[in-house]
Design a protein around this ligand. Sequence first.
Ligand SMILES: CC(C)(COP(=O)(O)OP(=O)(O)OC[C@H]1O[C@@H](n2cnc3c(N)ncnc32)[C@H](O)[C@@H]1OP(=O)(O)O)[C@@H](O)C(=O)NCCC(=O)NCCS
Length: 109
Amino acid sequence: MKRYIKSSYDFYKKYEIKVDGGVLQWSMDSPKNPCIWVHGIKVDADKQGQGIGTKLMHKIIQIADQLEVPIELQPAPIGNKAMTVQQLVSWYEKLGFRRQAGCMRYEGK
Ligand SMILES: CC(C)(COP(=O)(O)OP(=O)(O)OC[C@H]1O[C@@H](n2cnc3c(N)ncnc32)[C@H](O)[C@@H]1OP(=O)(O)O)[C@@H](O)C(=O)NCCC(=O)NCCS
């Protein structure tokens, strides 16, 4: 995987992807070793389990694949009816992420 990028995204600026009822916040970090960091993903409680989170993750994966950079995030459940950490880890694994010290990482296609 190439370690440089040419894109219109500024380093460390926070970007948002929205899909009806869901939002994913991310930034392009580490100029020397570019990586997308997902700050958070959240779907409205009454819309969870309908595939919106998966759609949001597919969008950020598409950006990462285009830019040839990995994605990292920390699986941390928010809300009292949220999935457990283990459920979240499994969910991210299904999307192609792998566990790494303290975070989860998507390496690209
Ligand atoms: C995690 C989250 C973003 C997933 O979004 P979503 O739209 O609900 O996800 P999807 O519908 O695409 O897929 C959810 C999967 O998890 C399951 N799931 C969803 N909510 C669940 C819950 N509360 N408990 C257990 N499983 C749950 C679904 O059955 C589905 O399983 P499947 O892929 O085997 O069909 C969303 O649940 C959320 O906003 N949670 C609260 C915020 C949060 O914890 N964010 C994570 C930060 S790292």
